[in-house]
Design a protein around this ligand. Sequence first.
Ligand SMILES: [Ca+2]
Length: 395
Amino acid sequence: MKLATLLTSGLLAASSLFAADTVKLTRIHEKLATPFPIALILPPDGSQREFLALQRGQILILPKDDAATEAKTFLDLSTRAMEADNGKFEEGLNGLAFHPQYKDNGLFYLCYTQQKPKRLVISEMKVSADADKADPSSERVLLEIPLINWNHHGGNILFGPDGYLYIGVGDTSKRNDEQRMAQLNAVLVGKVLRIDVNKRDHHNAYGIPADNPFADGVNAQPQVYAYGIRNPWGMHFDSAGHLWLADVGQDLWEEINWITKGGNYGWSFREGSRPFPLRQDTPPAEAKLIDPIFEYNHGEGLSITGGITYTGQALPELKGQYVYGDFVIGKIWGLKTNNDGKVEANTLLYTSPQTASDNPKKKPTVLVKPTAFCADAQGELVVLDWNGGLYRLSK
Ligand SMILES: [Ca+2]
């Protein structure tokens, strides 16, 4: 049954699908076309406007009226041919971030794929004289990263509390980190990068923060902030300054990491906290591989989508929990980090009409395939659905 059929039949609104669940998802902006949404972000300008980035290259401004049938288009790069013919799954516009001083300088940042040659582009753009329209002619490319395959390139970007731009880049391998990129700091893939967009002393395009772990550029690329990453999907700074990063696993383990400067997160010597069985060589003796703070195996789900720590009002018991989900089985959890350092995952809901937990390998019919978990203008949590829907999490 198609999602639309379920909606009109009332099945999704009825509690039967979510009988065992503690919270529910309510569809919002149902009359808008929002295909392949990947980020919902508010610019830090006090306007309370919600910008929705779509993977096919558009950025919409969501109307205040939930029943509205049209949204303003802030930017449309859909003619840029971001995807190869066989690459429509992971390629496209995968990152949007507003400059912390957006209100004064009107600058924002994009991360998207381009073809021939295949690469990840990080660029800067400016708003036009109309606050609801970007000016594509203002685009300034900061960084281009060569890619090998259509998958595993990440592409999330965000500003840290330090004012620097963080970029999550996957290992660009189809499987197995075949080119051994994630541990190689001479390349920018399989890494978290950090750059200073307010300077231009590196390639006349941006600056390297002086305390980046390889800032001197000797034997390693100076943009590298952390390494040993497979396919980061979901990066978030919480109010305490922790950088959360969900790393999509291969055959066995899905990871949630706290990223620290210079940290080695293990891939592809390890998948999660275990040795990666397809790699025969061992890490150098001096390597300090950092385990995820939480991992789940492929009995629980198949592809993690990272989220955010909940700071809204509607679900007081969720305050401070990290809400995340699984893209393939459509399950959503809250992760509680206790003072004693222990973490605990609580199932919030299944979006599948089948009991997904019984055997996720069966790939149940999933109603909501989460691509991102975002805070709306009220601070409430919105789940973006690969199928084109936007949902608010509530009681
Ligand atoms: Ca890892």
